[in-house]
Design a protein around this ligand. Structure first.
Ligand code: BGC
Ligand code: CA
Length: 417
């Protein structure tokens, strides 16, 4: 009985809101698709070769934003975390006592800003980075570099307690499946098997652009070999593995990013300031602080800040799908009536997006009264996603996770039709 009453009043509230502001699925659709809120997330519209931001896509309309995290700050943290580990374990780190601290690295996607930043962050911290004429650090994978002759990196030198050690990137590779999916954990597992078979005793550290690949290498080899492995994302399984010797990871504050992804949509649909419930508390008391994110107006981008997760603090991060407490208050369904959102995940097999980001989105969509249709892509073909955007007029807003960062126009063309 109670349920029915609730359903009725909800329907009444919805009917009211539809009449008041117009909305998708309500019969007459007054807002043109090209004027509806668009949030790019996780893959920032940018040139995959130069990294340059695609400002046109970021300014598609007045309600367009990007939500991601501060890639450089996180990359620096990852490099520093590995360096700190080396310093703290200098007595035993050089497993074959050849005076060289050797590491291998799994690269996610050579055309993805996050991946490039992490490769650079590890190289800068360990002194293996090579700088180009334009001042940027080379991020190309080396392939194999056991002889230290690669032009993409140099041998680093570390002075610890008056002793000098050489640091060498022994091998690195973009982890791509044969079908073309990037950040591929299977490829990373295969790579570590080959590397360890060929020069396993030289490998003292395993670094990875993300936890999906890191955990695959940990399970395939480094756990048993006792070689510290470092990833990125703080997925629950990786955090749990810290208890068993996984070296550490970085939280990119997915709990904050997933909130921001849906929150900027909510605000645009409500016609309120974009900072509502973000920089400024909303009526339900949701608010973030500058410890968790930065907003860059000129880039139309919200960037969550990163936190290092190591043996010292991992217990606080064991469940990566818990919403951020300060923004976990449900909105009033009458004041913020239900709206329909089209949201895609570029690769349903991506560890971070499927095991951390999506479960968070599913919690926030309830709190923000958004009805989200989750579309899963195959990670390789943009069409596996864009072909699913068949009827934009059935939605009030769009949250887009491109397969390739260059492809924003595929979506904006559809919305502008
Ligand atoms: C994550 C990766 C993920 C990628 C997908 C990155 O931010 O760290 O784990 O594979 O996004 O685009
Ligand atoms: Ca060594």
């Amino acid at each position: 009985m109670k349920k029915k009453v609730l359903a009725l009043s909800l329907a009444a509230a919805m009917a009211f809101s539809l009449a008041a502001c117009g909305g998708a699925g309500g019969g007459e659709d007054t807002v043109a698709n090209q004027d509806k809120p668009v949030v790019w997330y996780n893959r920032q519209p940018s040139n995959s070769t130069t990294g340059e931001l695609n400002t046109e896509a970021l300014n598609f309309n007045d309600d367009t934003y990007y939500v991601g995290f501060d890639a450089n700050q996180g990359a620096e943290l990852q490099g520093q975390m590995i360096l700190d580990y080396i310093k703290a374990h200098i007595e035993e780190i050089d497993r074959n006592n050849d005076g060289i601290i050797g590491y291998v690295m799994a690269v996610g996607d050579i055309g993805h800003n996050d991946s490039i930043a992490r490769t650079r962050g590890v190289r800068s911290a360990l002194g293996t980075a090579v700088t180009k004429d334009d001042g940027t650090i080379v991020s190309d994978p080396v392939g194999t570099n056991t002889d230290g002759k690669s032009e993409f990196v140099q041998d680093g030198k570390l002075e610890i307690d008056g002793k000098t050690y050489i640091v060498r990137e022994l091998a690195s590779q973009e982890m791509k499946s044969s079908a073309g999916a990037t950040w591929n954990d299977g490829a990373a597992g295969n790579a570590i098997s080959t590397w360890s078979a060929n020069f396993g005793e030289q490998i003292d550290i395993v670094a990875s652009n993300n936890d999906g690949m890191g955990m695959s290498m940990f399970n395939a080899w480094s756990n048993e070999a006792g070689v510290p492995t470092f990833g990125y994302d703080a997925n629950s399984d990786a955090v749990a593995a810290i208890a068993n010797g996984y070296g550490g990871t970085i939280s990119q504050h997915a709990d904050v990013q997933a909130y921001l992804t849906l929150r900027v949509i909510r605000n645009a649909l409500d016609g309120v300031d974009v900072q509502t419930g973000i920089g400024v508390a909303d009526e339900a008391g949701n608010v973030l602080s500058d410890k968790e994110y930065v907003y860059k107006e000129d880039e139309r981008s919200f960037y969550a800040l990163n936190v290092a997760v190591t043996a010292e603090n991992y217990e606080e991060f064991l469940d990566s799908t818990v919403t951020f407490p300060a923004v976990s208050n449900k909105l009033d369904a009458e004041k913020n009536p239900e709206k329909k959102v089209w949201l895609n995940i570029y690769n349903s097999a991506d560890n971070f997006l499927s095991s951390t980001y999506k479960p968070l989105l599913e919690k926030y969509d309830d709190l923000l009264n958004l009805k989200v249709d989750y579309i899963a892509g195959d990670g390789q073909n943009e069409q596996s996603v864009s072909d699913r955007l068949t009827d934009p007029s059935a939605y009030d807003a769009f949250a887009i996770n491109m397969v390739k960062t260059d492809n924003a126009v595929t979506y904006t063309t559809k919305l502008a039709q």
